[in-house]
Write a protein that binds this ligand. Sequence first.
Ligand SMILES: [Fe+2]
Length: 195
Amino acid sequence: MEPKPITKTPACYVEKDSFPQLSGLNHIAYRCRDSEETRHFYEDILNMPLIGIVWHDHVPSTGEYCPYFHLFFEMADGSSIAFFDLFDGKANTPAPDTPRWVNHLALTVESEQALHDAKARLEEHGVEVIGPTTHSSSKSIYFFDPNGIRLELAYMTASRESLLKRADEARDILKKREEIWKGVQQRREEGIYHE
Ligand SMILES: [Fe+2]
């Protein structure tokens, strides 16, 4: 497999020596309600091997007493999704006042076929799947893990050239945020909710 470019960002936006370059995802960590239930989902269904468990009575970074299991499931690029089982059977509480579709973790798949295969496998295991949904730069499916974490699998359909163009456009769009919001309010007042 060809090495991936380490960044999608045009070099002109990167200030040299301003901050150590962040080279990729090491791991993201969530709370899980049950270690074995989570292992089954990530390892048996999503095919992400359990590569390690650490457990402690005290949290190394803060020193506080909070016994836990910490599980890591690995992806093909060496990054991981990790979970903390706090032995209390509690899952990840959705953020109040935030729609359920907002907070999510998107993971890359390498083909459109992989999206369809993933959807079929998830549904075989009784997982409800939305999509594939076509976005401007990807096709994606969406589902929840047993802990209430929303996951997205995305196949990038955009070329590198168009992604670079989007990075340019993003700066202009950001400057227009207030103007865009005013437009939304205007349409709301007029009762216009369709796209
Ligand atoms: Fe997303």
